[in-house]
Each structure stands twice: as structure tokens, then as C-alpha cells.
Ligand binder design. Structure first.
Ligand code: TRP
Length: 349
């Protein structure tokens, strides 16, 4: 019996990289065995700021699904849901947008930062983007999830979700649980260039779908000193492990703890070359990625199967979503049955 219900999700904006694995997927793999899980591909949310790139988002829905399957998320045990396949997401978002004071969005630090970022590039954001934290609250509350595994930056959205649940429950009667966020073990993985953020545009990430040669090429050009002040010119220069992101990756992906400890020790003493540290990382990463690549290729060759997984998972959530929306309409008295049409004004039935 599942210990509770989980909903979490991702925006389909490109293939997933090692940072997604360490920050989210690894955690989800563990959770799918203990909880009833809904894994959401938030296409509506991606449209909020990429409506001009629908084709790219569609491709990303496929990529994200392939990556999830490739790492071992199990579509039999958990439901893979496409947000847009369950239009109840949109309906609940609408009700929440009427229930929520605008000030609650204005003070949301994650939204604020994203708006500032977008507005520095284009002139304005869409209303859909402005509203996405409410759509996220609807994502979570529609299946009445108890737990939401997310990264730290999403915490304001989960807090907002709890506030909306409370406000709804107070106004219309107990309906929604107040969901809790679940922060994973967060071994922050740095970009290949040492930056804290990884992205396609920075070209500083290794993707789950990268082939062995690409991984080798990317690791070879990784920076080895994030401070820029400890240049290590040769293998006999003592190095500083914490300044070197290559060790950050060894810690996250090299299962051979003795080898990692030995490399670190020799690095600090100046008896190992950067090249050797990197070659060992290439081996570890490719060993880690090989089975993932294999599963990904299998599914990629069967897009019909992938489409079927998304349909079945969405249908599974939709059954629950219909019930929740029915309950919400009834509690909000948005029903127009003969009884409701003739009910006395201002009195609750
Ligand atoms: N905002 C999340 C992200 O950018 C994606 C997301 C959409 C999500 N709906 C969600 C996360 C519901 C958790 C729960 O990664």
C-alpha cells in the first residue's frame, strides 16, 4: 500500500541532463517504489513563455518522456501525465485565479526573478506566464497530492499551493490536503564551466542522451578551477579539490569510492594529471550512462509505445481529476440543476 500520493513535474523545454538526474530523477526513482506517483509533463507551463515554439515543445515532450523511461521510471507503477491531456488542469487553474489575490503572485520570489529575467530579454511576459504558479497549484491539488518532490527554487510555489488549499477549504469546506514539499539530497552539480546553472544556451551540461564520444569531448574541456586563481600548470602542482568541478562529478557519479579518494589525495599532493582525473570520470560517466542510452534507444524506436504510455498515464490521472472537479463545482455551487436554479439566494444548500 502506497504511503501517500506524489505529484511532481517538469517543463518540457529540452532533453534532460545530469543535473536533472542528481537533482530530481534519482529521488523520483526511489519514491516511485513507496508512493503512488504522478509525473507531470507541464506543457501548458512551457507554452507560457514559448508559445512561438510549439514544435520544439512537442519534441521536448518526447525527449523528456524518453529520458524518464531511460533512467528507469516505471510507467506501470507511476502515471506519466501530459498536462494538456487533462483539461481539468485548466479549469482548476481558472477557479484558483479567481480565488487568489494578485498580491500573492506579486510577492512570489521565484516568479519575480523569472519575470525580471524574461523582461530583460523580451519586452513583456504573457498573462499565462504570470499565472503559472496557480496552474502549478492546480497540478498539485487536482490529484490531491500530499507530497511534492522539488528543488529549492520551487518552494514558494508549494507554499502558495498550501495557501490556496487553505483559502479554498475555508471558503467552501474541507476539500484539499495541504501538500508538503520534499527536498531531495541536493548534491549541487556544477556546470561543466563551473557555473551553478546548467543550460542548453550556456552549453555547459552533459545530457542523458549524449553518446560516449560527446561525453569524452565535454569532460576534456571541463574547467578544473572555478576560482580562476589556482591554475595548475602540470601534474606536479598541488591542486585544490573543492575548486575543481571534475571532482564534483566524481562524487556524484563514480561508484568507486576508493578510486575517487585516491585521485583526490594524489591531486592535492600533485601526483596526478588533470587528464587522468578526467579520463577516469569519462569512464565512470559512460558506465553510468550506457544502460540509460540503451533503454532510451529502445523506446525511441517505438514512438507508438511512448505515445501510449502518455495516453494511459494521463487517463489514469483524468479519472481522479474529474472527481475533484465535480467536487469543486459542487462546493463552489457552480451547478445549475433545477434545484440549484431555484435555490434561495444567499443560502447554502
Ligand atoms: N515548475 C516546475 C519546473 O519548472 C515544473 C512543474 C509544473 C511542477 N507543475 C508542477 C513541479 C507541479 C512540481 C509540481 O521544474
Amino acid at each position: 500500500m502506497a504511503a501517500g500520493r506524489i505529484l511532481t513535474g517538469m517543463r518540457p523545454t529540452g532533453p534532460l541532463h545530469l543535473g536533472h538526474y542528481v537533482g530530481a530523477l534519482e529521488n523520483w526513482l526511489r519514491l516511485q517504489r513507496e508512493y503512488e506517483c504522478f509525473f507531470l509533463i507541464a506543457d501548458y507551463q512551457a507554452f507560457g513563455d514559448h508559445l512561438d515554439e510549439i514544435d520544439r515543445i512537442r519534441r521536448s515532450v518526447f525527449d523528456v518522456t524518453l529520458d524518464w523511461l531511460a533512467v528507469g521510471l516505471d510507467p506501470e507503477a507511476s502515471a506519466f501525465v501530459v498536462q494538456g491531456y487533462v483539461p481539468e488542469h485548466a479549469e482548476l487553474t481558472l477557479y484558483f485565479s479567481m480565488l487568489t489575490p494578485k498580491s500573492w503572485l506579486d510577492r512570489n520570489p521565484t516568479l519575480k526573478a523569472e519575470i525580471a529575467q524574461i523582461e530583460s530579454e523580451h519586452d513583456t511576459i504573457s498573462m499565462g506566464f504570470y499565472n503559472y504558479p496557480l496552474s502549478q497549484a492546480a497540478d498539485i491539488l487536482l490529484p490531491k497530492a500530499d507530497l511534492v518532490p522539488v528543488g529549492e527554487d520551487q518552494e514558494p510555489h508549494i507554499e502558495l499551493t498550501r495557501e490556496i488549499a487553505r483559502r479554498f477549504n475555508r471558503a467552501y469546506g474541507e476539500t484539499f490536503p495541504e501538500p508538503k514539499s520534499l527536498m531531495g539530497r541536493v548534491p549541487r552539480l556544477l556546470g561543466l564551466d563551473g557555473q551553478a546553472k546548467m543550460s542548453k544556451s550556456l552549453d555547459n551540461a552533459i545530457y542523458l542522451s549524449d553518446d560516449a564520444k560527446t561525453v569524452q569531448r565535454k569532460v576534456r574541456r571541463m574547467v578544473t578551477d572555478i576560482t580562476g586563481t589556482h591554475p595548475r600548470m602540470q601534474a606536479t602542482d598541488p591542486g585544490v579539490v573543492e575548486y575543481n568541478p571534475v571532482f564534483n562529478y566524481h562524487d556524484a557519479f563514480n561508484p568507486n569510492a576508493d578510486e575517487v579518494a585516491d585521485l583526490k589525495e594524489r591531486y592535492e599532493r600533485g601526483t596526478v594529471s588533470d587528464g587522468e582525473v578526467k579520463d577516469k570520470l569519462v569512464d565512470a560517466l559512460n558506465t553510468f550512462l550506457d544502460p540509460i542510452r540503451e533503454r532510451r534507444a529502445q523506446y525511441e524506436a517505438h514512438p507508438d509505445q511512448v505515445a501510449q504510455i502518455l495516453e494511459a498515464g494521463s487517463e489514469r490521472e483524468r479519472k481522479i481529476a474529474r472527481e475533484t472537479i465535480g467536487e469543486v463545482r459542487e462546493k463552489m455551487r457552480l451547478t445549475y440543476t433545477p434545484d440549484a436554479l431555484t435555490a434561495p439566494v444567499g443560502k447554502r444548500k
